[in-house]
Design a protein around this ligand. Structure first.
Ligand code: ADP
Length: 716
């Protein structure tokens, strides 16, 4: 701000200086001509009366010479450019010329001296006249007046003082008074002139600035991509810029005087337009309102409008100023993007539906494969080779089940169906459980497991899902390790309370180029050939950790090993160290309780393979079972016989499992435990089973031990 002010002031001073020097040199043609004319008149009058005509000639020549030189100077000055005119040398030259001219006039009473009193008086009058006349042209600078007045009047007064025969001293005093008043009058004229120059320049500058502003605004209005339109209260257009011409297609002259409504595309929404006008009439500005318009050729376009009512001092609307931006392309692009988004969402939804349906459909045959495989394992008569083949089938079946489960998880996450129940979990407990589960796998490869949690804490997470993530990291650390390698697990609590769990291995590591893709689904990097896996585990882990409000990451060194970590929100409340090496943790053995062969179980199942399987499984566990193929048959059977438990499939012809359970409960039988056997692994399906009146749900495929535990828990 200060810098701007200083700059403005400097500019103004320069302008004033330029104006002064112009005025000084500009007045010279008139004053020099007047001086030459007066000099000739004086010469003519004094020629016959001067005491020395030669001196008078010298005076005339001197004064003419000075005037010629000064005229040449003035001419040269007029030809200069602005910058050169401002040079101080031209000011000094003018001052010197003025002082010389003043001296020349002061020499008149000396060189043109006459003994006759009336000619002396003539000289005095001329001198006084010249001095008075000079005031008008020299008063633009105070210094020039002094430089002219002082030598001319001083030499005159000196001559009068020396001449004691013609005039009294009073004349000299009067002349002194005249000089004094001339100087003070000159000073006042100078001050006023200065003030006038300043005011005029300031006014000029202001006027120029306003003019410039108007020009800029006009340029702006004409060149802006916004249509700028003004219309009166009768809605007739009175302003129309270039952009308005381009957007709406009406040339300026055609648009002026037209009704603004010609630009509005009236479909069925004329009431909307009425509402907009109503808002304007209520002095409300319309900011960014999108209106469907039409061009001169009738083409519909979309414009975004900014409309403001213009009011007079009594707040009455006198017109309306509007700006419009053509957003047709933007609107079309938005529509295209929206359509593409909807299609992508539909495709994604179809993919998720397909994945979850597929995983559901795969469960039923898998149930048979894994179930019969497990039953075969109990056969004593089979050879070792046959047992080894059964193990192969079991392994492959379990891998397939893992894939199906993971695909289902992925589909659940993508559909937003995965519900987490976040709770406070002690890291040590979870790690212990995981340790027990992966220990047998580690043993196969002679891998040492080192679990160390120095700042054992509580984290906020979903218990099952946290375990799933940790198991995935641990099983990878074992799978992709070398024989005799080790896996180190540690947890640390950070200052902000979050807990970071590291799982480090001594495996083959992951190359830098492959690292960025590691969390992508179905990306097996370079492990696809020799190590079993699905390529989904890490992708699911990442999504689960993110859903739990945490982060996951990895650092790896090729041929040295990898370190995966997860970070979860938590509270440091516990501090213990687990050394799993010294206190090996083993999996909880499945209870082998005595089978109550006097329990009668009714099985409702429509799929023939699953019928055979469940009957065989129940027989293996020692239960007595009857089979029906749908709900209606089950009701009939129950009417004739008392059963201790009902195992029912959910989807069956005639009457499904849900209706069956509902009917039983509605008939007043709340005693019999009803267990659902279903391939539907969604949480909603469990809710559906429970709300139909069932006690529990077993998801196919299931282990014999799971069936045993569930039955025992309900029968006891
Ligand atoms: P999967 O192990 O079933 O293939 P994941 O999603 O768990 O699927 O892992 C993706 C890929 O990341 C693996 O196929 C493997 O190439 C690589 N990977 C994962 N963990 C490790 C590890 N600890 N060391 C080396 N490579 C790993």
């Amino acid at each position: 701000m200060d810098k701007n002010n200083t700059h403005d002031k400097e500019k103004l001073d320069r302008q004033i200086r330029l104006e002064e020097i112009h005025l000084l040199y500009g007045g010279t043609p008139f004053s020099y001509t007047a001086s030459v004319v007066i000099a000739f008149i004086i010469y003519g009058v004094l020629l016959d009366h001067a005491d020395s005509p030669q001196y008078l000639n010298i005076w005339l020549l001197t004064i003419l010479g000075v005037m010629v030189v000064r005229s040449v100077e003035s001419y040269r000055f007029s030809k200069l450019n602005k910058e050169d005119k401002l040079k101080s040398s031209w000011r000094i030259r003018f001052f010197i010329g003025t002082a010389i001219a003043g001296t020349c006039w002061g020499l008149l009473p000396w060189l043109g001296y006459s003994s006759e009193v009336e000619y002396i008086a003539f000289i005095i009058v001329c001198q006084v006249g010249v001095i008075a006349g000079s005031l008008s042209t020299l008063s633009y600078r105070w210094e020039t007046m002094v430089l002219f007045l002082v030598p001319s009047s001083f030499l005159l007064i000196l001559r009068l003082l020396l001449d004691d025969q013609h005039f009294s001293d009073a004349t000299t005093y009067v002349l002194c008074v005249f000089v004094f008043f001339s100087l003070s009058a000159g000073k006042r004229i100078f001050d006023n002139t200065q003030q006038n120059i300043r005011l005029r320049i300031e006014a000029d500058n202001r006027e120029r600035a306003i003019e410039l502003l108007h020009q800029k605004q006009a340029l702006h209005l004409q060149n802006t991509p916004l249509a700028i339109i003004e219309f009166d209260i009768d809605l007739n257009i009175c302003e129309w810029n270039n952009a308005a011409e381009t957007i709406f297609g009406y040339p300026h002259d055609e648009a002026i005087g037209e009704n603004i409504m010609r630009l509005i595309l009236l479909r069925n929404n004329s009431t909307n337009t009425d509402k907009l006008w109503q808002r304007l009439l209520n002095h409300e500005a319309l900011i960014g309102e999108t209106i469907e318009n039409k061009t001169k050729s009738g083409k519909p376009i979309f414009c975004q409008w900014f409309i403001t009512p213009l009011t007079d001092k009594h707040n009455a609307i006198v017109g309306i100023a509007a700006m419009a931006l053509d957003i047709t392309d933007k609107k079309h692009n938005e529509a295209v993007i929206l359509k593409a988004k909807e299609e992508a969402e539909k495709a994604n939804q179809a993919k998720s539906d397909f994945l979850s349906n597929m995983s559901h459909e795969l469960r039923t045959p898998l149930n048979a494969i894994l179930g019969f495989t497990q039953l075969l394992k109990y056969e004593k008569e089979l050879s070792e080779k046959q047992h080894s083949h059964i193990n192969e089938i079991d392994n492959a079946g379990n891998l397939l089940l893992e894939l199906v489960n993971q695909i289902l998880d992925l589909a659940k996450i993508e559909k937003g169906h995965l519900q987490l129940s976040i709770e406070k979990i002690a890291i040590t407990d979870t790690l212990q459980a995981c340790h027990a589960m992966v220990a047998p796998l580690a043993k196969q490869q002679n891998i040492t497991l080192n679990f160390e949690t120095t700042s054992t804490s509580y984290v906020l997470a979903d218990h099952t899902r946290l375990k799933q993530v940790l198991l995935n990291l641990l099983s990878n650390a074992i799978k992709y390790n070398k024989y005799n390698g080790s896996v180190n697990v540690r947890a640390i609590t950070k200052e902000n309370g979050t807990v970071r769990i590291y799982v480090a291995d001594t495996g083959k590591g992951i190359s830098k180029e492959l690292l960025p893709d590691i969390f992508q689904a179905f990306n097996r990097l370079d492990a696809a050939n020799n190590i079993q896996g699905t390529g989904i585990g890490l992708s699911i882990s990442k999504q689960l950790v993110t859903m739990m409000g945490g982060k996951i990451g990895v650092t790896s060194q090729k041929d040295e090993g990898s370190e995966f970590w997860i970070e979860l929100p938590g509270h440091a409340e516990l501090n213990t160290i687990i050394k799993s090496e010294s206190h090996p943790i083993t999996a909880k053995p499945i209870q082998n309780k005595t089978i109550a062969s006097n329990y009668h179980i009714l099985v409702a199942e429509d799929n023939p393979t699953n019928q055979t399987l469940i009957l065989n499984q129940l027989e293996k566990l020692g239960y007595q079972a009857d089979l029906v193929t749908n709900g209606q048959e089950a009701l009939n059977m129950m009417a004739n016989k008392n059963y201790h438990l009902l195992l029912t499939d959910c989807n069956m012809p005639l009457m499904d499992g849900y209706t069956l359970a509902k009917t039983i409960r509605e008939s007043g039988n709340h005693k019999i435990p009803i267990i659902a056997l279903t391939a539907d692994a969604y949480p909603e399906s469990k809710e559906k089973c429970l709300s139909a009146g069932m006690n529990e749900q077993i998801i196919k495929p299931f282990q014999l031990e799971t069936l045993q535990e569930t039955l025992e828990s309900h029968l006891n």
